[in-house]
Design a protein around this ligand. Structure first.
Ligand code: ZN
Length: 509
């Protein structure tokens, strides 16, 4: 008998265990999980009559993306910049099935358990995809950190330079030491906005994100080159050096650099990793796909911190990804209203720093990556599997495997589209990708065994947002696995604890 909650998704192409293979994926919306994976394209007749069965060949079934860095800005007045409903709708449009929300820009910031609860209450019932939360480290809140871990934050973020919002101040090295002491034995990750003013800089103040330049501007304020020169790679290398030097305070605590831009940091990162320092880094779609040479003066849609650098810098970031030195790519979706973005011939030093990308990233990365010899399996690893690992969700998210959540993106790499406001589901329709032609279209998004978005029919407004709030403890990638042999009629043969073999090749008999 067909189960009404079981859906079978099949294709001649799926990303399973890091390879493209034919696959037939059995999902169950009652548990929200993948109950079987066959690495062959089985016909509908392999399943009980009446089973919901979709063959997507030759489109690619990929794990839903895990965007480990977004700013959804709710609750508080900056909800006019973004919100849970619009931000997660934009995510679902782009095959993203999990986002992890940063602790700042919402009011209050996620720096205490009480504040986390306010955010969770605001998110409830509004999210089209699953949402996790980061906590924030600010001066003086070190005694809140362990409680935030207990309440399910997926990691912590702090700033070594002014954040741009007054309620989320930067930390000093003393604050970092206190936070590391609190977190040294916790299962979490401490993340850094790694820009810091070197001591000899001609700093004119701290309001660097939307105010005065930290280095005295040396040209017109509308010129991108002036802005770029004001946030030199030295800000990043100085910060990364400080983070690495603090690592011995908590050798077991994973450290993470968010939105790494400057390639000058890469040798430092490599050396630290080789010495056994637990430090990782992410970069963003915009540092890989956009280049300073192409940014027109006054086009403040491109302002973010650290800045988008020259094309040669992007080349170096791609190489670092291919080498595994950088492991993840995220959006750092950080929108604002048009007036604050100073859209239209604006002053880069007045404009809000942040780029809207959530939901466009897969196509952005595919468009640029395929020119560079990158395949979809690599992209999937950087945007699903490794981001899930980063936020302690691997074992549940980021792979197509038995026991994992049935979060699937149906991707057509052969189609392309032009980005217009109808492809921007985030609240404020401002993005540097506007009017760009992108390759690869997300045709459907499935969340825990249910279709939540389809290119043809849109969002399922009748069910509304089905996203869950992810407040369980971080988990590692050791998960119960089931071994499947032969056809669906044969029973599951073995259950063990080994994530490395969570999908077994089907042996035809
Ligand atoms: Zn950010």
């Amino acid at each position: 008998m067909a189960s009404p909650t079981v859906t079978v998704l099949a294709s001649s192409k799926a990303i399973i265990d890091g390879k493209i293979t034919p696959a037939t994926i059995v999902t169950d919306s009652a548990t929200g999980t993948i109950t079987n994976v066959y690495t062959q394209l089985l016909p509908a007749t392999s399943f009980p009559a009446g089973t919901i069965y979709r063959d997507y060949s030759p489109k690619v079934l990929m794990p839903g993306l895990v965007d480990a860095h977004v700013h959804l800005n709710e609750p508080g007045w900056r909800t006019e910049w973004e919100g849970f409903e619009t931000g997660t709708r934009a995510a679902a449009f782009g095959g993203v099935t999990t986002v992890v929300d940063m602790p700042l820009n919402a009011i209050p910031p996620t720096t205490t358990v009480e504040n986390l609860k306010l955010k969770v209450d605001a998110a409830r019932g509004q999210c089209w995809v699953d949402v996790g939360f980061y906590g924030g480290v600010i001066p003086g809140n070190e005694k809140d950190l362990k409680d935030l871990v207990k309440e399910g934050v997926r990691g912590f973020k702090c700033f070594l330079i002014e954040s741009g919002v007054e309620e989320f101040p930067a930390v000093s090295s003393v604050d970092i030491a206190k936070a590391m002491e609190e977190l040294k034995d916790q299962d979490t990750v401490l993340m850094f906005h790694a820009e810091k003013l070197p001591p000899i800089s001609m700093s004119v103040g701290d309001a660097v994100l939307h105010g005065d330049a930290p280095l005295a501007p040396t040209g017109p304020l509308e010129a991108y080159s002036t802005f770029l020169a004001s946030r030199p790679p030295a800000f990043e290398t100085y910060a990364v050096a400080e983070i690495i030097s603090a690592a011995p305070l908590a050798p077991k605590l994973p450290l993470h650099i968010v939105h790494l831009s400057a390639i000058q940091c890469l040798p430092m990162l490599k050396e630290a990793q080789e010495k056994g320092v637990k430090i990782t880094a992410e970069t963003c779609f915009h540092y890989l796909a956009l280049a300073a040479e192409d940014i027109k003066d006054g086009d403040t849609r491109h302002k973010c911190c650290p800045p988008i650098r020259e094309r040669a810098n992007a080349d170096g970031l791609w190489d670092a990804l291919k080498d595994g030195l950088i492991k993840t790519v995220v959006s750092d979706h950080s929108p604002c209203t048009p007036n604050l973005k100073v859209v239209g011939g604006g002053d880069f030093f007045q404009a809000w720093g942040g780029i809207s990308t959530v939901g466009l990233g897969l196509s952005v990365l595919w468009t640029e990556g395929k020119k560079r010899g990158v395949d979809l399996c690599q992209i999937s690893k950087w945007t699903s599997e490794e981001t899930a690992r980063q936020v302690g969700l691997l074992g549940k998210k980021g792979r197509i495997a038995i026991g994992y959540d049935a979060d699937i993106c149906v991707f057509d790499p052969e189609s392309s589209f032009k980005v217009t406001t109808s492809e921007m589901h985030f609240k404020n329709k401002i993005t540097p990708y506007e009017a760009k032609e992108l390759d690869g279209i997300v045709c459907e998004t499935w969340l825990r065994g249910k279709q939540i978005y389809s290119k043809d029919t849109g969002f399922d407004e009748s069910t509304g947002p089905l996203g869950a709030l992810l407040l369980e403890k971080r988990q590692t990638d050791t998960v119960p696995i089931a071994t499947t042999l032969g056809t669906p009629d044969e029973e599951i043969k073995a259950i063990g604890l080994n994530a490395a073999a969570s999908v077994i090749e089907v042996v035809q008999t």
